[in-house]
Design a protein around this ligand. Structure first.
Ligand SMILES: [Zn+2]
Ligand SMILES: [Zn+2]
Length: 153
């Protein structure tokens, strides 16, 4: 991908659509309670962009403030969970999209797992990606690969 790569996505009913321009700064699996509760999924995968890389069209997304400064958006018609939105620290304001809302999520390959300690105990995947205690960019690295295959665990 490159600076002018455009990717499109939207909710299940098509009322909310979005377009991203350029590469995401990260694509990560997240095991945290809030992402799992927001989606009902065992794990979520998010592709993160600086807010200025993103434009929305169609119906305005509904926004729920899940904690101070952190919003999670969804479609007001069909309920599809769409985003995590908040302060990205050095990145400035960011929007992360739930990966399966993209029209072509195959192009967005995850590079790590965030909040591994909050992972549902029966769930893991057989990749060798790094697992972090919290956010990938600022928390301790716990291990590579799934817990069950780690002889030290
Ligand atoms: Zn919808
Ligand atoms: Zn999360």
């Amino acid at each position: 991908m490159s600076d002018d790569t455009k990717m499109n996505g939207g909710c299940l009913c098509g009322a909310v659509r979005y377009e991203s321009t350029g590469d995401p700064f990260a694509v990560n699996h997240c095991h945290c309670h809030s992402c799992r509760r927001h989606t009902g999924a065992a794990v979520v995968t998010l592709a993160g962009f600086k807010t200025h890389q993103v434009t929305f069209s169609g119906d305005a997304r509904k926004v729920y403030e899940s904690s101070p400064g952190v919003s999670r958006a969804f479609c007001g018609k069909c309920g599809t969970p769409l985003t995590w939105e908040g302060d990205g620290g050095d990145l400035g304001p960011i929007i992360e999209f739930h990966i399966s809302t993209f029209d072509n999520p195959d192009e967005l390959v995850p590079t790590s797992h965030a909040f591994d300690p909050e992972r549902i105990s029966w769930f893991d995947v057989a990749d060798s990606l790094p697992r972090y205690e919290g956010f990938a960019h600022d928390s301790p690295l716990l291990r590579h690969g799934p817990a069950r295959l780690d002889p030290t665990n």
